[in-house]
Design a protein around this ligand. Structure first.
Ligand code: FEO
Length: 135
C-alpha cells in the first residue's frame, strides 16, 4: 500500500506542477517500498538520491517561474525549499555514513512536509501564476 496518494485537494491547478508533485509522491512511495521490502542499503540510497535530485529539479522549476514573473512571496517560498533540502541532505549524509537507517519518522516527515508545503505554501502562487498565463 502506498504511503501517500495524490488527491485532488493537492492540485495547484497548474498541470505542469501537479505532474511534478505526482512524481515526488511516487518517489516517496518508492523509497517507502524499498524500506519495507528490506532492500539493500545501496538500493535505498539510490532511491533517496533520486528523490533529492528530483526535488531540486522541481524546486528550480517553481523558482524560475517566480523569478520570471516577479512573484512577491518568492523569497519566503525559496527559504522553505532551502530548509527542506538541507534537512534531507543531513539525513542522506547520516544514512551514507551508516549512522541512520531510514526510519518511519523520516518517511512521515517527507510525506507531511510535501503535503503541508503544497497545501500551505505552493497553493498561494496559483492565482498569481495563472494571471501570468502559466498553465
Ligand atoms: Fe512544489 Fe514549493 O514546492
Amino acid at each position: 500500500m502506498p504511503l501517500m496518494e495524490w488527491t485532488q485537494d493537492l492540485s495547484v491547478d497548474i498541470s505542469s506542477i501537479d505532474n511534478q508533485h505526482k512524481k515526488l509522491i511516487s518517489l516517496i512511495n518508492q523509497l517507502h517500498e524499498a524500506r519495507l521490502q528490506g532492500r539493500g542499503k545501496e538500493m535505498v540510497g539510490e532511491t533517496l538520491t533520486a528523490l533529492i535530485d528530483y526535488t531540486r529539479t522541481h524546486f528550480s522549476f517553481e523558482e524560475k517561474l517566480f523569478d520570471t514573473h516577479g512573484y512577491p512571496a518568492s523569497a519566503s517560498h525559496k527559504e522553505e525549499h532551502l530548509k527542506l533540502i538541507d534537512q534531507v541532505l543531513d539525513y542522506k549524509n547520516d544514512f551514507a555514513k551508516g549512522d541512520l537507517t531510514l526510519s518511519t519518522d523520516l518517511m512521515i516527515f517527507l510525506k507531511d512536509w510535501l503535503r503541508n508545503h503544497i497545501l500551505g505554501v505552493d497553493k498561494k502562487y496559483t492565482e498569481f501564476l495563472k494571471s501570468k498565463g502559466v498553465e
